[in-house]
Design a protein around this ligand. Structure first.
Ligand SMILES: [Zn+2]
Length: 136
């Protein structure tokens, strides 16, 4: 069975993935206007500047939206349904697509506080996931 496809690491996204490997959620910030953005990309959507930097995020946010998928959309998910995909609004105002862990599907709620946790997929890739806040 093939593994679930992993994100493609590009020059624009590499700092984000290196941050995850180090246990830190990093956000791209425009060096010209200061706007935060996600996913990482070469140009600021606010001012079109290509000057960029990285800042650590708190890793805290709330569930902005979610979906519970009962169909295995990829063979590697066959034993992992229902599969939860969430859109988290970070405290910094940026929204990030991820999964929620340590939370039964029927307990996910819009607005619920969540915090980032890091799941190592392989030595080169660590994914940010989220769990209900305060469930360490
Ligand atoms: Zn900008």
């Amino acid at each position: 069975m093939p593994d679930f496809p992993t994100p493609l690491v590009t020059p624009d996204t590499a700092p984000f993935w290196k941050g995850c490997q180090a246990g830190q959620l990093l956000l791209q910030r425009c060096a010209a206007c200061g706007a935060l953005r996600y996913p990482p990309r070469p140009m600021c959507p606010q001012c079109t500047s290509k000057e960029t930097g990285w800042v650590p995020a708190s890793g805290r946010g709330t569930v902005y939206s979610y979906t519970v998928t009962h169909q295995a959309l990829h063979p590697s998910l066959a034993d992992k349904v229902p599969h939860l995909v969430i859109l988290v609004e970070l405290e910094e105002g940026v929204r990030i697509t991820s999964n929620i862990v340590d939370c039964p599907p029927d307990q996910v709620r819009i607005g619920m506080p969540v915090e980032v946790v890091f799941h190592q997929v392989n030595p080169e890739l660590t994914l940010p996931k989220f769990r209900p806040a305060g469930t360490a």
